[in-house]
Design a protein around this ligand. Structure first.
Ligand SMILES: [Zn+2]
Ligand SMILES: [Zn+2]
Length: 208
């Protein structure tokens, strides 16, 4: 009997630990960069909490380091530098950081051969909606290319792009399902408008 108790105790303890970890909610920080409208920050915060069931905190606005600024095609900040920076300054208590900014952001697009996609003048500094590590600690979203006269359409775009980039942070790749918000935008805002504000069951099951 004594032996059974000795064996059973570590099993009980282990199950308490794993159960506790599973129930612990992830904490997502929202970091605005060079300004972002407060009402939209609140809207995105709520969308992240409601959709993924995560806890969120909103940090005070910070300035994007000047080194990330380029004027190759137009005045922009490099999105890849921003996500590396957000990852570097992230406190250990935070699982993922979402950067929100009103400035235009860009990356260099590469082809499958590892070279800059052709034509190079177009793709060496390509304006984007958002960028996130997969999986990883940080992502960034810009409202610069998402604006629309219809406020609801504009807000839905912001929500879809933010939940998409955070989805990458959680490990989700692009999805072939045409309704799923993890679908590749494929260089057009039309894709963002076409997808639903939802994950397909395949993507959803991957993050459970
Ligand atoms: Zn993506
Ligand atoms: Zn999907």
């Amino acid at each position: 009997m004594k032996r059974l108790i000795i064996i059973a105790l570590p099993i009980i303890l282990l199950s308490c630990i794993t159960h506790g970890l599973k129930d612990e909610k992830k904490v997502i920080a929202i970091q605005t960069l060079n300004g972002f409208p407060t009402n939209l920050t609140d809207t995105i915060q709520k969308a992240v909490e409601d959709f993924y069931q995560f806890k969120t905190v909103v940090y005070d606005d910070i300035k994007i380091p000047k080194d990330f600024y380029v004027t190759i095609k137009s005045p922009r900040y490099r999105a890849d530098s921003i996500i590396h920076y957000l990852k570097r300054i992230k406190p250990d208590s935070i699982n993922h950081v979402i950067g929100l900014t009103k400035v235009d952001i860009s990356v260099t697009k590469y082809g499958n051969d590892g070279k800059i996609k052709s034509p190079e003048y177009k793709y060496k500094d390509w304006g984007i909606f958002g960028l996130g590590f997969r999986p990883g600690a940080s992502c960034v979203v810009s409202n610069y290319r998402l604006k629309h006269a219809n406020q609801q359409k504009y807000i839905d775009r912001l929500k879809k792009v933010t939940l998409h980039e955070l989805g990458h942070n959680l490990g989700l790749p692009h999805c072939p399902n045409k309704d799923c918000f993890m679908r590749d935008a494929a260089e057009t805002i039309k894709t963002i408008d076409a997808v639903e504000l939802n994950l397909c069951s395949n993507c959803f099951n991957k993050i459970q």
